[in-house]
Design a protein around this ligand. Structure first.
Ligand code: GRF
Length: 188
């Protein structure tokens, strides 16, 4: 099983997954990082784990259609079987979806279907909720709307700030993603 991770930013989830692949806690090989932001910190993390990285922007490709085509070519060249999104800030287009149906997973920092889209942690806190969570789900053509694989709640404490809540949500993600991805890939 040849696995690619798509990410756009910091890459803390990328790093815990890279560690788990290298420690053989997840079956398969993490062989590619694709990043749509050439200066994202996740690229530095990939160097540390010696994971091949390819990065280009929609703008460089001349639009979304050509961008997606170039990604599809890359996935074919690299014989990618499965994709894990880890802070990838774009919607997966129809070309890639048709080739990888049921083979793309995402992690989202909320208890879906609550708070899909951007700023989910901030919105849960602002709404005065007592809990939020983390969801791992398959990708479909919508935004954070595909079939749910695993979810955990994270309590929102009375004295939480955005920073403290973010820390606990991310800690929950970092525990969950390697474990759940290992379960998914072990069955394939
Ligand atoms: C995570 O909260 C993830 O759930 C969301 O984007 C964030 C990425 O964080 N999709 P990082 O880049 O893995 O640190």
């Amino acid at each position: 099983m040849r696995v690619a991770i798509f990410a756009s930013g910091n890459g803390s989830n990328f790093e815990v997954l890279a560690q788990a692949f290298q420690a053989k806690k997840i079956a398969g090989n993490l062989v590619l990082l694709f990043c749509d932001h050439p200066d994202a910190y996740v690229i530095e993390r990939a160097k540390k784990y010696k994971i091949k990285t390819v990065s280009f922007t929609v703008k460089e490709c001349g639009g979304k259609g050509l961008y997606e085509k170039k990604i599809a070519q890359l996935l074919e060249q690299e014989n990618i079987d499965f994709i894990a999104l880890a802070g990838y800030m774009r919607v997966i287009g129809p070309l890639i979806l048709s080739k990888y149906e049921g083979k793309i997973v995402n992690i989202h920092p909320a208890y879906l279907p609550e708070y899909p889209g951007l700023h989910s942690i901030e919105r849960a806190l602002a709404d005065g909720k007592q809990k939020t969570g983390v969801t791992i789900h398959y990708i479909d053509s919508g935004v954070d709307s595909g079939p749910i694989i695993a979810q955990e709640h994270v309590a929102i404490l009375a004295d939480d700030t955005l920073e403290t809540l973010e820390q606990r949500v991310h800690a929950c993600e970092h525990r969950m993603y390697p474990r759940v991805l290992a379960q998914i890939l072990e069955k394939r």
